[in-house]
Design a protein around this ligand. Structure first.
Ligand code: FE2
Ligand code: FE2
Length: 136
């Protein structure tokens, strides 16, 4: 089963953003499946690194948009981005120290939490503001 499910109700109404989100969710799901089925533990760090890279590229784009529009919630929004990225790094480091560590459980919990609390709530506030300001 896919880790994240993009529902029609998650659409922001801003086509390039929705497109970007769908691609990101697909990538997260794809890397998650790879991780779940790849029993060669030497790949874990590479896959986590790739996951980190894709998510961070999307966040950078969102942060650039917020700076351009002088978005009031920029700082707390960016802090949540950094928190998820730090957690992913931390999971990789914990695994490197202890190969018996259940990284999948923590990774799934972190990504689900980000998705339900950040993606669904904080991002949609940003999108609404973008629409209000006519930035779409
Ligand atoms: Fe986003
Ligand atoms: Fe965000």
């Amino acid at each position: 089963m896919a880790l994240l499910e993009f529902k029609e109700t998650y659409r922001s109404g801003i086509d390039p953003i929705d497109y970007e989100h769908e691609i990101l969710i697909d990538l997260i799901n794809e890397l998650h499946t790879t991780l779940a089925n790849d029993h060669d533990k030497t790949h874990v760090e590479d896959i986590l690194g790739e996951l980190h890279g894709k998510i961070s590229a999307h966040f950078a784009l969102e942060e650039a948009t917020m700076r351009e529009m002088e978005y009031a919630e920029y700082k707390p929004h960016m802090e949540e981005h950094n928190k998820l990225l730090d957690e992913i790094l931390e999971i990789g480091q914990r695994f490197a120290r202890d190969p018996s560590y259940d990284y999948m459980r923590d990774l799934e919990a972190e990504i689900r939490h980000w998705f339900m609390h950040h993606f669904v709530q904080m991002d949609s506030r940003l999108h609404n503001m973008m629409k209000e300001k006519g930035l779409t």
